[in-house]
Ligand binder design. Structure first.
Ligand code: ADP
Length: 400
């Protein structure tokens, strides 16, 4: 099941986007609706609220009088924490139940107004943010939903900022255009990214890598890596000791293939194997045939003959919109250390970066016109010898 988080500031058009995704076949889970259901008359949720806040939070018909509750809970941190401690677990339980009941090949879209505020982004395979500037949102809320302007401003200022939301967005859907435009964007996203992502996830297939193309440095790569790392932490828990952005996209200013390299450090390969299914479910299926880095000469193994030192596990992202390679390596193994050392050396040494760029360009030229494994092999034939020679240089930089 592909699990998508949908959010946006109040009035951005979440409901509009959710409806469009529902029309395309997504299963929509509306967290506002659930939040109302768990405190409906006759529920344990409503009983717990009355016990905590008093019977005067009830309307004459026995239902929850929301303004009365709001008057007691908002502006008072302790009361608000109490309220959340009652409702959040109930909403979580009901959401989990709904998700457990959907068919396994579903694309589930969780419409969650407070996704960012509640730190839920890392639990999703993908986060969609509906983005519209504040003034337009306020205008639409006043005009189409009859909200009083001052209320709209007050509620919006209590929410996450646009910057905070953008920071967790895997996809930013711009809904500042005419009605209907965002639906077109949603249809394209569905066909090009969500459907293939779901299929890849279900079948344990990494997104397809086609050619070897070296792109100019993208200043957004580190933020993209951090979003993936947050997801990987959820999947790994305490089994990982660290998760790092490595490789060319982690070196500011370096040209690179548009593939984010990440490294999960674990105690040993048994620990790496124990993560296999959790990583797959998080959107990073294993490549079972890739178990080995190219051995390099090291001070301990000058001939570079001990291949066992360089075993690893390897996963790739199933999302065709954000390719990523995830190397799972044992703490202290030469491959694990080299990944970090090489990154730090390249970050620090401009001449080393220039050298590496020249090698990348040469490799890409050799791979030009080829695809798939052939392109990768042609590229690596140029890159790997340079890497072997770079190891002692990086070690020298490190002072070993
Ligand atoms: P949210 O669910 O994010 O609070 P809504 O989907 O209810 O936001 O959208 C807010 C209001 O703006 C609704 O009345 C909606 O019909 C309207 N709306 C949505 N998209 C557009 C658009 N592109 N142009 C004009 N109005 C829009």
């Amino acid at each position: 099941m592909l699990r998508i988080g949908l959010t946006g500031g109040m009035g951005a058009g979440k409901s509009t986007v959710a409806r469009a995704l529902g029309d395309l076949g997504a299963v929509i889970i509306d967290s506002d609706l659930i939040a109302r259901e768990v405190v409906a008359p006759g529920t344990e949720g409503l009983a717990a609220l009355v016990e905590a806040f008093g019977a005067d939070i009830l309307a004459a018909d026995g239902s929850l009088d929301r303004p009365a509750l709001a008057a007691k809970a908002f502006g008072d941190d302790a009361a608000r924490a109490k309220l959340n401690s009652i409702t959040h677990p109930l909403v979580g339980k009901r959401t989990a139940k709904l998700i457990a009941d959907v068919p396994s090949d579903s694309i589930v879209v969780q419409d969650i107004p407070l996704l960012v505020e509640n730190g839920l982004a890392p639990l999703m395979n993908l986060v969609l943010i509906v983005d519209v500037d504040v003034e337009t949102r306020i205008r639409r809320l006043v005009e189409f939903r009859g909200v009083v302007e001052a209320d709209a401003r007050a509620r919006i200022s209590a929410q996450a900022t646009d910057e905070q939301r953008r920071a967790v967005a895997d996809v930013l859907l711009d809904n500042s255009g005419a009605p209907g435009e965002v639906e077109t964007e949603v249809r394209t996203l569905w066909a090009r990214r969500l459907l293939p992502f779901e299929r890849n996830l279900r079948t344990g297939t990494p997104a397809r890598r086609t050619d070897v193309r070296i792109l100019p440095p993208n200043p957004d790569w580190p933020a993209q890596a951090q979003r993936l790392i947050a997801r990987l932490w959820v999947a790994c828990g305490a089994t990982a000791s660290r998760i790092d952005h490595i490789g060319s996209t982690s070196v500011p200013g370096l040209v690179a293939k548009d593939v984010i390299d990440l490294q999960i450090t674990v105690a040993d390969l048994a620990a790496a194997d124990s993560l296999r299914d959790a990583l797959g479910a998080a959107g990073f299926p294993v490549r079972p045939e890739c178990t080995q880095d190219n051995p390099k000469p090291t001070p301990q193994d000058p001939a570079g003959a001990d291949t066992a030192l360089w075993t690893k596990r390897f996963h790739q992202n199933a999302d065709p919109g954000r390719l990523a390679d995830v190397h799972v390596r044992a703490a202290g193994s030469p491959g694990q250390q080299y990944a970090l050392l090489l990154r730090d050396w390249l970050r620090a040494d401009a001449a080393a970066r220039a050298d590496y760029v020249a090698v990348k360009r040469e490799g890409a030229a050799k791979a030009a016109g080829l695809t798939g494994a052939e392109a990768a092999a042609a590229y690596l034939a140029v890159k790997e010898p340079w890497f072997d020679a770079a190891y002692p240089r990086a070690l020298a930089w490190w002072g070993r």
